[in-house]
Each structure stands twice: as structure tokens, then as C-alpha cells.
Design a protein around this ligand. Structure first.
Ligand code: JFZ
Length: 443
């Protein structure tokens, strides 16, 4: 071997890459190709955990954002709330610091929800935060704070707008019928707003569309919108709520968005569950807060299914996030601080999530998250790989018995973790090379 080849080999080993498998340069990957999508999605897949924020003048009432307009809150009243929206205690750095201490890697802000209120300084609508006593560009402050902290800033944008006079459904500003709505004019305005969001606030990690299900919208408009977003930020990720599905046509967007439920195991189509830490998306006084166990199980079940969790908080009208919600998030962060190796940058499987178990894998390691212990220990179908080493990350020792058809895992009751006993198995091969296995024993 020449000196140069030897040097290259050592460097490659140090970087843990091979000299043969060169990734295709981005320029050679056609836009819209699966390889391009995989590149785009890489950071997000590793991140696994993000913060969703639903906020706006409606928090003054404590009712649901968008949906309570013209229902619990009469339309004229709802539309006038922005005049009292002062949020004196809004502090972007505090929100971002909280997300960070929760172990979250990205933040998705409701820049515009179904009620049409814009949290940024939009030239395309007077119904925006600069017209409130708050008078601060929330997207600006939050995106800047995110950049400082190394968190990806992302935006939620509702395709439907029940207040906009040009959008054909909903009620006119202040209530009553809309006089001459026009969808093409509306879409032009929407693109104008998206152009503001996608050019004035730095790189946007992802665009979380919503409100795509009403009749004025269509699959074709979704295709056009996806192209438009990519023309402005080719590397941004886009969720699937870009439009209604169309039989036989390709799915829109980069990933699926199960809501308030854990997505099913899927290693092909990326997905992200969005879920509230309480029950309502926007802040509601004394809303039911999920216990820590439920929060962590949601996270672990998502990751075990090869998905992400976008966990939602609703800040209060004064701009602060409730202490009890913040405490819960920090508890999750403390847990991730200890056991993050079994979550971040892992893939779901090889065991698919079941009643008692979720599992994740990275390299030759497989992490078993035991969420409940069956009588007589955990009895799983065989892995089809040899376990060469085991450890219990949450403390104690596991006995691992490898049979031809079954893998038996036992941890003494006193050493089981009440929330999640995490057992790390080292295999004789890569966990991802193993085809997904049902986690219930074969009958
Ligand atoms: C949507 C929003 O409507 C909701 O406010 C929140 O932002 C969530 C993340 O996404 O969820 C929906 C969408 C559609 C219906 C209900 C909730 N629907 O058609 O009944």
C-alpha cells in the first residue's frame, strides 16, 4: 500500500466511513427523488423530538385556536382579541431554552392558524402581531433565538383561513357572509405570505402545513404549493398536509402526520406524531396535563415505530409557558439526558412496538424499552442474530436466554424501572439489517 493510500485508509477509519461507498453529490440527485428526500430528512430523523407551539390572541380566552371562532367565542369578539394581545412576558430565549432542556431539537410555531392571525410582521395582512399592543415579530424573535441555541426553527401555516375575505369558507372579518371570495386571489396572497416566511427568517427546518381538507383546496394546488416552497428553500422538509390525497397519484410532502395518536411502525414513509402535553392545542386554564409516564411512553413508542414526536405546548396569554408544563418537559429532558442514546439517531425496531415493548437500534446495538413486565419475564420471538453482550441502562442486570425460536429477557422486579426498563443488547450484526419482528410471541 502506498503512503497516500495508507493515509486515506486511516483517515477513513477515523471518520468511520469507507473509501468505496461515496455518497452521490447533492447536485446529481434530481429534485423530488427519494435520495434527495433522504438527504433533506436526515437531521429530522436523528432529532426524533420537537416542540409544537400553538399560540395567538385566542389564548386570552383559553378556548381552542381557530375552532372556537364563531363557536365558544362569537366571531366579532374573536377577531377583536388581537387588540388586547400584549403578552408582556413573551421571551423567545426562554421558550427555546425550555425546548432545549426538554431534549427537543426543533420548534414548530403556528405562524398562521385557521383564524388567519399572523404572528409575524406580514406586509400581506393587517391582521398581524404588529397591530397588537404586543408589537413584536414573534417569528423573528423565535427564529433568532433558535439559531443562537442550535435549534431548528420551523413554521406551521394553515392553508385554509376562515377569516380571510377571499377564502371561500368561514365568516368575513367580524362575522357574517363573505361578499365575493376568490380562491386564486387568496392563493396569491398565501404565496406572498409564505415567501415572507421562507425568505426573511433564515433557513426554515420544515413547513408544517395544515387545513388542506376543505373543498376550495385540491391535490393539484398542493403539488403547485410544494413546488413553490421548494423553489424558495430547496432543503426544507414539508409535511403531508399539503393537500387531499389522490388515488394513484404520489403522496404529497415528505412525511406523514398522525395526530393525537402514535403512528404505526413504518420504516419506509417517514412520520411524526403530533400530540398535546395537555388536551387542547392552545392554552386552556387547568387543562389536564399528561403524567410523565404517558409523555415518555408516547416518545418511546414513536421512536420505536421509526417516527418522531412533535409535542405541543400552548403558551399563556402573557407569553409564558405554564410552570407545570415546563416542569414536565424538563423531566422528559432529564430522562433523555440519561437515556438519549436509545432515542436520538436510532431507527425503530427490529421489534415492532407492542403492548409491553418498543425497541430501537443504532449500529449493532438494539435497545429494548420494556414498558410493562409480563408474568415470567419478557418472551420475544428470536432475533435471528446473536446477542453478544447485554446491559441495563436503567440499572441492574438482565438475564438473556437465546433459544432457537425465542429470546427470553428477565430483570429482577426490584431492578425494573417503573416507567421504562431499558436493556441494551449488542448483536453480532447491524440491528437495521434485521427485518421487523412482531413483539408478541408467536402463538
Ligand atoms: C389540525 C388543526 O385543526 C388543529 O387545530 C391543530 O393545529 C392540529 C395540529 O392540526 O387538526 C385537525 C384537523 C382536522 C380536524 C380536526 C383537527 N377535523 O377535520 O375535524
Amino acid at each position: 500500500m502506498s503512503k497516500r493510500a495508507l493515509f486515506t485508509a486511516i483517515l477513513a477509519a477515523a471518520l468511520n466511513t469507507t473509501t468505496t461507498a461515496q455518497p452521490t453529490p447533492p447536485s446529481e440527485k434530481p429534485a423530488g427523488s427519494p435520495a434527495k428526500a433522504a438527504d433533506r430528512l436526515a437531521w429530522w430523523r436523528e432529532a426524533r423530538f420537537g416542540m409544537f407551539i400553538h399560540w395567538g390572541p385566542v389564548s386570552l380566552r383559553g378556548t381552542e385556536i381557530g375552532w372556537s371562532r364563531g363557536k365558544e367565542v362569537p366571531t366579532a369578539e374573536y377577531d377583536a382579541l388581537y387588540k388586547q394581545f400584549s403578552a408582556e412576558r413573551f421571551d423567545a430565549d426562554r421558550w427555546v431554552a425550555l425546548a432545549k432542556s426538554a431534549g427537543m431539537k426543533y420548534i414548530v410555531l403556528t405562524s398562521k392558524h385557521h383564524d388567519g392571525f399572523c404572528l409575524w410582521d406580514s406586509r400581506r395582512s393587517d391582521y398581524n402581531v404588529m397591530k397588537s399592543p404586543l408589537h413584536r415579530d414573534i417569528d423573528r424573535e423565535l427564529s433568532d433565538a433558535c439559531r443562537r441555541a442550535g435549534i431548528r426553527f420551523c413554521t406551521y401555516y394553515s392553508i385554509l383561513d376562515w377569516r380571510d375575505p377571499n377564502y371561500p369558507l368561514g365568516e368575513a372579518p367580524g362575522g357574517g357572509p363573505k361578499i365575493k371570495p376568490d380562491m386564486d386571489t387568496y392563493v396569491a396572497g398565501m404565496k406572498g405570505q409564505l415567501k415572507e416566511l421562507l425568505t426573511n427568517y433564515g433557513p426554515i427546518g420544515l413547513v408544517w402545513f395544515d387545513g388542506q381538507w376543505e373543498a376550495p383546496w385540491s391535490y393539484e394546488r398542493g403539488v403547485d404549493l410544494e413546488k413553490f416552497v421548494r423553489s424558495l428553500q430547496p432543503d426544507t422538509i414539508i409535511n403531508d398536509r399539503l393537500g387531499p390525497g389522490k388515488p394513484g397519484a404520489p403522496a404529497l410532502g415528505d412525511y406523514a402526520t398522525p395526530e393525537q395518536t402514535i403512528g404505526g411502525f413504518n420504516r419506509d414513509r417517514p412520520w411524526e406524531t403530533c400530540m398535546t402535553i395537555c388536551q387542547q392545542w392552545a392554552w386552556k386554564p387547568d387543562d389536564n396535563l399528561k403524567p410523565l409516564r404517558e409523555c415518555l411512553h408516547a416518545l418511546v413508542r414513536c421512536v420505536g415505530g421509526d417516527g418522531n414526536l412533535l409535542f405541543n405546548v400552548g403558551p399563556m396569554p402573557d407569553g409564558r409557558i405554564e410552570d407545570r408544563q415546563a416542569d414536565r418537559l424538563r423531566e422528559m429532558g432529564a430522562w433523555l439526558e440519561k437515556y438519549g442514546e436509545s432515542v436520538y439517531a436510532t431507527r425503530g425496531g427490529p421489534y415492532m412496538p407492542g403492548a409491553n415493548l418498543a425497541s430501537t437500534t443504532r449500529g449493532n446495538a438494539v435497545y429494548l424499552h420494556v414498558l410493562a413486565w409480563p408474568e415470567g419475564g419478557l418472551r420475544l420471538p428470536a432475533l435471528g442474530a446473536k446477542v453478544v453482550k447485554s446491559a441495563v441502562l436503567t440499572g441492574g442486570k438482565a438475564s438473556v436466554t437465546q433459544g432457537d425460536d425465542a429470546l427470553l429477557i428477565e430483570v429482577a422486579p426490584s431492578e425494573r424501572d417503573p416507567i421504562d426498563t431499558i436493556i441494551k443488547l449488542e448483536l453480532d450484526r447491524e440491528g437495521l439489517a434485521i427485518a421487523p419482528i412482531a413483539s408478541e410471541p408467536a402463538k
